[in-house]
Design a binder for this molecule. Structure first.
Ligand code: EPU
Length: 431
């Protein structure tokens, strides 16, 4: 792969499907890509500076390409060379990105704060993204208002106006990853100190703080529930090596276990997955865990009770593959999704495949296993449920076809070849 421009369109991805023949053992190694949810935030933070930023280990996925399109739309120059994404923000000259681009990516909301800090004004459409709940933006807006911005709300978009933003004490009513990150980066260019109380603690947050601190910011406490940001005059920019994607690593561990295979997951940081690995072990998984790898071993799994929680709890993004795994475990599992109200509806697709799952309410399901899954034609409802359906397809008897793969390719780079390298019987087809 050489130097190339960001892909503008989603090709004819809507016509493409994954076809999976299940029931085969996997073997070999799979390398974890850089973290999508860290890359998107560094991309947004690039607006705070006029200097060039180079993000290494950036996955080539649809969400990154969509974010790149928005940055280009407001005047940035972006190029990709292998896994390095270079952003030149010096030409950014507008603070009202094209609504059609904003709608396609929930993380586009990350751009509002930096644009407000840079221009004293931003106009943006309500963001789009995964349909996994209501996903409001009230906490972002309240945070900006706390820093002195005036909000003008319209049906389809909002405008925020401020002179120079002012540091403030911001208490979040509940923990939110992107709100924490957004306010943290915006506060870097505010006058005085900002304190974010009840901040999220996901590893992507200290990663972002480290990048900003390396380039002139004064952030302390990132990775804890109270973050303090001393405003500075200027943020510079430079190189950044992305942390590995903990959600990929966890999903691949579950992939090895569900197919009863020994696979080695490399280039990962298991210390970012403590609770998830503990829960797998509680369910009977035999895992070898190194500093930067995980090896799955043949395991006899049994049902457990799982509750998703903000970091360092069990990630909501790994709930779907874990639920699929529990369809192959002995006994009952109670899966309690506490973060999103719409993130268990994919389980009806597992039921179509033969799983025994009862939905108690939108937040809880009971899985009884083990049950044989049968291949089916399915549509991927969202990114993480899409990966879960791949796992289900790889363990099911017969052929599974997955449609709406754009949702999967939003977050997993070249997943078909990487699974083929593990001997997974998966192909991308066009119909
Ligand atoms: N919320 C509000 N108001 C707001 C913002 C959020 O009420 O203004 C609520 C949400 O509705 C939700 C809760 O706060 O109930 C937590 O959502 P959060 O804001 O933490 O989610 P997010 O920041 O939008 C990030 C990840 C998600 C991941 C969650 C885990 C990014 C780009 N997205 O989302 O990742 O599931 O944190 O909390 O970092 C994914 O990668 O597939 C994905 C969805």
């Amino acid at each position: 792969m050489g130097l190339f421009k960001i892909r503008k369109t989603c090709h004819n991805i809507s016509m493409q499907k994954y076809q999976i023949t299940g029931g085969h053992k996997l073997s070999g190694e799979i390398k974890v890509a850089g973290a999508k949810n860290a890359a998107l935030k560094i991309m947004a933070a690039s607006i705070l500076s006029k200097e060039i930023c180079a993000i290494h280990n950036t996955p080539d996925i649809e969400d990154i390409n969509r974010m790149a399109e928005i940055l280009e739309n407001i005047g940035a120059k972006i190029k990709r060379e292998n896994s390095t994404l270079t952003i030149d923000p010096s030409g950014i000259n507008k603070s009202n990105p094209d609504p059609n681009l904003i709608h396609r990516l929930r993380s586009s909301m990350m751009l509002a704060g930096p644009l407000l800090a840079k221009f004293g004004e931003v106009t943006m459409a309500h963001p789009g993204g995964c349909i996994i709940g209501q996903r409001p933006i009230d906490m972002f807006l309240a945070g900006f208002k706390n820093m002195g911005a005036h909000l003008y709300e319209h049906e389809e978009f909002f405008t925020l106006k401020a002179g120079k933003l002012k540091g403030a004490k911001i208490v979040l009513p509940w923990v939110s990853v992107t709100v924490t990150e957004s306010l943290m980066m915006t506060a870097c260019l505010a006058e005085g100190a900002t304190r974010i109380i009840n901040a999220a603690m996901e590893p992507e947050i200290p990663a972002l703080a480290q990048y900003l601190n390396n380039h002139g910011a004064k952030i302390s406490g990132a990775g804890t529930s109270v973050i303090t940001i001393e405003g500075v005059e200027k943020i510079s920019a430079g190189e950044y090596q992305l942390i590995p994607d903990r959600i990929e690593a966890g999903s691949f561990a579950m992939l090895g276990l569900i197919t009863d295979s020994e696979i080695k997951i490399t280039n990962c940081q298991p210390e970012h997955l403590e609770t998830e690995l503990l829960m797998l072990k509680k369910a009977g998984a035999d895992l070898e865990i190194g500093v930067d790898y995980i090896i799955t071993k043949k395991s006899k799994l049994h049902g457990v009770e799982l509750r998703t929680h903000e970091y360092p709890g069990f990630s909501t993004d790994l709930q779907a593959p874990f639920t699929v795994l529990m369809t192959q475990a002995n006994g009952q599992s109670l899966i309690h999704e506490t973060i999103y109200e719409g993130r268990l509806f994919y389980t009806d697709k597992l039921v179509q495949m033969g799983a025994n799952i009862i939905m108690c309410d939108p937040h809880r399901v009971i899985v009884s296993g083990p049950t044989k899954l049968m291949g089916k034609k399915l549509e991927s409802p969202d990114l993480r449920a899409g990966m879960a359906l791949i796992l289900a397809g790889l363990v099911a008897e017969g052929r599974t076809t997955i449609e709406n793969i754009y949702q999967i390719e939003r977050g997993y780079e070249d997943i078909v070849s990487r699974l083929q390298n593990l001997n997974g019987k998966i192909n991308k087809i066009e119909e």
